[in-house]
Design a protein around this ligand. Structure first.
Ligand code: PDD
Length: 284
């Protein structure tokens, strides 16, 4: 069951006019929010980022946070799985094709997909990643539905039998095609600074909070391509993949080629945090 423009319906019955600006121009933004045991995880943070994306494309937020919470809860309740990934999608609406903004209501959609944790084999072996030049636009802080560069970049990983493409812009690590990336060197967790060149990852923020609370030394700093390639460990994070270890980069082993100590520690802390915040019903 999905939500589309004020109504709940089976996905098969949902239709969007061909002149929707999401279809014509990729003119819209989105969010992906995990829900565990039917409770949205870090909902407030996701809604804040949604507001940032909407502001970035000059589109009014069609709903208050309270209304979003309510709609999301209803979509969760109308779907079977206990763990779901909610996809929020807002476009500038339906209008005759013209680049200039139309004065029309936005298209608002919420989808639910089953949320499956990464398979245990991938957590124990780690995953392969490839690198590529980050050729996206320079407002990567906006979670835009115009994802063609991300799609093309991610396919490079798939073509190479890898899980993610890690992006380098002007000699520095930015992020993955659909994830945030951390590097560990000499026991220090390194995170690229937030800027217009990367998406402010909600999972990225959780990881840094967990590091701060658990005496894991971390530094937010620019990370060179060389530092990425000489990393002891590389971590990939996202709302759907949680935390995974990258153990091969462009066919070179990362560290000793096995998920490292910092991965194990942060993965455990993340699972514990998830379980406790769900039990407490915290949706911050
Ligand atoms: N992607 N960077 C990019 C480019 C992303 O697309 C994502 C997430 C992230 C991680 O953000 P978060 O921790 O808030 O999920 C970083 C989502 C899952 C997607 O597009 O499906």
């Amino acid at each position: 069951m999905i939500y589309l423009n004020g109504k709940f319906m089976p996905i098969e019955q949902a239709c969007i006019p061909v002149l929707d600006r999401g279809f014509i121009f990729g003119d819209g933004v989105y969010e992906v929010i995990p829900a565990y045991s039917r409770k949205p995880f870090r909902l407030t943070k996701h809604l804040r980022r949604l507001q940032h994306s909407l502001d970035g494309i000059r589109l009014n937020n069609p709903h208050s946070d309270k209304e979003w919470c309510n709609l999301i809860e209803q979509v969760i309740a109308r779907n079977d799985e206990e763990d779901q990934s909610l996809y929020l999608h807002i476009t500038r609406g339906v209008a005759k094709r013209d680049h200039a903004f139309p004065q029309v209501p936005p298209t608002v959609m919420i989808l639910s997909n089953p949320l499956l944790p990464p398979p245990t084999e991938l957590l124990t072996s780690g995953v392969a990643a490839v690198t590529s030049t980050d050729n996206r636009w320079i407002r990567c802080d906006i979670k835009s539905i115009s994802l063609l560069p991300n799609v093309l970049l991610r396919q490079l990983a798939v073509d190479a039998g890898a899980v993610e493409t890690i992006l380098i812009r002007d000699g520095y690590l930015t992020e993955g095609s659909a994830s945030s990336i951390f590097v560990i060197k000499d026991q220090v967790l390194l995170a690229p600074p937030q800027s217009h060149l990367i998406l402010p990852g909600v999972t990225y923020e959780v990881v840094l909070e967990l590091a701060a609370e658990n005496n894991i030394t971390y530094k937010i700093q620019d990370i060179t391509e060389k530092e990425l390639r000489q990393a002891d460990e590389i971590l990939l994070t996202s709302s759907t993949k949680e935390i995974m270890a990258v153990t091969r980069l462009d066919d070179q082993l990362v560290g000793n080629g096995k998920p490292g100590a910092k991965f194990s520690e942060l993965h455990k802390l993340y699972q514990h945090y998830k379980a406790t915040s769900m039990r407490a019903g915290i949706a911050h």
